[in-house]
Design a protein around this ligand. Structure first.
Ligand code: ZN
Length: 99
């Protein structure tokens, strides 16, 4: 378990550990002072040079997805699979909003 804060601007993710007391969901980026997104441990930062994946991540984060596995139904879980393109990301967000 562990949580992260992500800055899509600088393409960094900072590990926040597992201590809930220390979680800060409104953190600003230490580099650009921009807003950071608080995400689940499922999040894995791609290489800084990976424009495509960062664009998808930015889209997902802006859509309110925090890389948790959202629950659907009583016992089924929707497991996160990284969308391969923006189209898949959009479909993913549509599915997520139905949950
Ligand atoms: Zn930043």
């Amino acid at each position: 378990m562990g949580y992260k804060n992500v800055c899509t601007n600088c393409r960094i993710s900072l590990s926040e550990g597992t201590n809930y007391e220390l979680f800060n969901t409104n953190k600003t980026c230490p580099i650009c002072k921009g807003k950071m997104y608080f995400v689940n441990e499922k999040f894995k930062a791609p290489k800084k040079s990976n424009d495509k994946e960062w664009k998808i991540i930015e889209y997902l984060l802006l859509s309110g997805y925090d890389f948790r596995n959202p629950i659907y139904g009583a016992e089924k879980y929707m497991y996160f699979e990284f969308p391969k393109n923006l189209q898949e990301a959009k479909a993913f967000v549509r599915e997520m909003r139905k949950l």
